[in-house]
Design a protein around this ligand. Structure first.
Ligand SMILES: C[S@@+](CC[C@H](N)C(=O)[O-])C[C@H]1O[C@@H](n2cnc3c(N)ncnc32)[C@H](O)[C@@H]1O
Length: 197
């Protein structure tokens, strides 16, 4: 089942960037001039932060509405945008990036396509570049819903990063609420990792 992200995009438009991204920026000290790809960029909060920090950005999202919102809110910084496209993980034409960001978005890549998508993402990161993103845990409540998700057990996450040095790894596994206020069990892995092979 496809999710309609319109309400989520409206609700989160103008929110702070993700904590993970801010931590990555702190680690790197400078994003100036780096090319960063934001996969599933939503309302563009992470893109706005990246641009503010001097990065050149590309972004895509499977929601056309999200891309329209990003295009409007970032139009005055067009000189920092390399590509902004309506595309899915599966069909985006990946180039090469210093950093790839996937914040709460890879969760929704179809399981059947994940392996190929992951190969494309990891190949697109330059040697010494970073992955900064979240992966869905196998105990997350969304695994029981009808929409497509791909989730992992902890050892599987480490296998995904065999060509990386993991700089930050956090597992979150707790009850909470979804963005529309419904009770939900959250299980996710938060990873910042440097490509070494
Ligand atoms: C929970 S939101 C996160 C948005 C943003 N990264 C953030 O942190 O605010 C998930 C985003 O992933 C996008 N998405 C879902 N499935 C996708 C797919 N197969 N390919 C690309 N984007 C997808 C949705 O349109 C939505 O904008």
């Amino acid at each position: 089942m496809m999710i309609d992200w319109t309400d989520y995009i409206d609700k989160t438009n103008g929110y702070n960037p993700s904590q993970l991204l801010m931590r990555m920026e702190y680690m790197l000290q400078s994003l100036d001039g780096l090319h960063v790809l934001d996969c599933g960029c939503g309302a563009g909060n992470d893109l706005a932060f990246l641009i503010q920090k001097g990065a050149m950005v590309s972004g895509f999202d499977a929601s056309r509405y999200a891309i329209d919102i990003c295009g409007k809110r970032l139009s005055h910084q067009a000189n920092h945008i390399i590509r902004l496209e309506h595309a899915s993980f599966e069909d985006f034409d990946y180039h090469r990036y210093d950093v790839v960001v996937c914040n709460s978005s890879l969760y929704f890549c179809k399981e059947v396509s994940f392996e190929q998508v992951w190969r494309k993402i990891t190949h697109s990161i330059v040697l010494g570049g970073l992955f900064c993103g979240t992966l869905l845990g196998n105990e997350d409540g969304w695994n029981n819903f009808e929409f497509d998700t791909t989730s992992f057990k902890k050892p599987e996450v480490f296998t995904l990063f065999s060509d990386f040095e993991i700089l930050l790894f956090e597992e979150r596994n707790k009850d909470g609420f979804s963005s529309n206020g419904q009770a939900k069990h959250w299980h996710s892995f938060h990873v910042i990792a440097k490509k070494i092979k």
